[in-house]
Design a protein around this ligand. Structure first.
Ligand SMILES: C[S@@+](CC[C@H](N)C(=O)[O-])C[C@H]1O[C@@H](n2cnc3c(N)ncnc32)[C@H](O)[C@@H]1O
Length: 273
């Protein structure tokens, strides 16, 4: 029953008419509905006087959000990506006499995190659902972020009665993937959804369809408090404050670990699950 109702809801929301009706309904409810085109305004409002990094800065935008941040008065601006820089990035940088720094690296790699260091504002759009371990990516963003995260991600509609739900897209059959194909809304290609998962495409694949509740819970666990959320039917833009990390598993030293093991054995609490 849940299955059928949910599928009908998703099918309706991915038609242009259903999507528009959904946006109007949420706006009438008082929500500030999101839009990809609003990202520059969020950046301009938040970055003056702040250091800034754009994670996933290149595909189709050639560092544009980093240049916008620099123009808006960000103090120390970098962009990170797993490819590039593109000729368009180099040209824009030269034309503007820009100091935007490009770092080639995987955002979850400790070397990349060290190269970026800590920034007041971290911006990351269109990357989270391309990562097989979204929590690890959020933790990496938290390590780089001292104040504000501006994050935009593709999401799936909330599953009523199943909070924190998510769909893992790789290995679904063509028929199962069809529900998540957003071509009707103008999304040209979704690697791993439009076609089957291709390991050689790496982060180009779409991995996770997170519900908004799941996204917020992951953010909180990684140490971000959502201050503003701009919902769309199939995406969320959130502005988050970096807070104390809610989850950390501390590895004890060898002596402490041995004492811990003795205590656990003495208490007899460890039983095969
Ligand atoms: C869908 S594009 C989004 C581009 C742009 N941020 C936007 O919102 O239009 C995703 C970008 O993130 C980059 N990317 C994906 N995974 C990454 C990772 N783990 N570390 C750094 N960049 C990554 C991709 O190469 C690509 O440039």
């Amino acid at each position: 029953m849940l299955n059928l109702t949910y599928r009908m809801k998703v099918r309706f929301m991915k038609t242009p008419r259903g999507n528009l009706m959904w946006r109007r309904w949420r706006a009438r409810r008082g929500d500030r509905v999101g839009n990809y085109a609003d990202l520059p305004d969020h950046i301009r409002r938040i970055v003056p006087g702040k250091s800034f990094v754009d994670i996933g800065c290149m595909w189709g935008v050639n560092g544009e959000y980093a240049f916008i941040a620099e123009e808006a008065g960000a103090t120390h601006v970098a962009g990170v990506d797993v490819f590039g820089p593109t000729p368009e990035f180099e040209q824009k940088k030269a034309e503007r006499g820009s100091s935007v720094e490009f770092v080639l690296g995987d955002a979850t790699d400790p070397g990349t995190i060290a190269a970026i260091g800590q920034r007041d504002v971290v911006f990351c759009a269109g990357v989270l659902y391309h990562h097989p371990s979204p929590f690890d990516l959020l933790v990496a963003l938290r390590r780089m972020c001292t104040q504000t995260l501006i994050l935009r991600s593709s999401t799936i509609p909330e599953i009523n009665g199943l909070p924190n739900g998510a769909v893992y897209w790789p290995m679904l059959t063509a028929a199962e993937r069809e529900l998540w194909n957003l071509s009707g809304l103008g999304v040209v290609h979704q690697e791993g959804i439009s076609n089957e998962f291709r390991p050689d495409q790496g982060y180009g694949n779409w991995f996770w369809g997170l519900t908004p509740s799941c996204l917020v819970s992951l953010l909180r666990t990684a140490g971000f408090e959502v201050e503003h959320r701009f919902p769309e039917a199939f995406a969320q833009t959130v502005i988050c404050r970096a807070v104390e990390v809610a989850f950390a598993h501390r590895l004890p030293g060898e002596d402490e670990a041995r004492r811990l093991a003795e205590d656990i054995s003495a208490a007899g609490v460890a039983r095969p699950a």
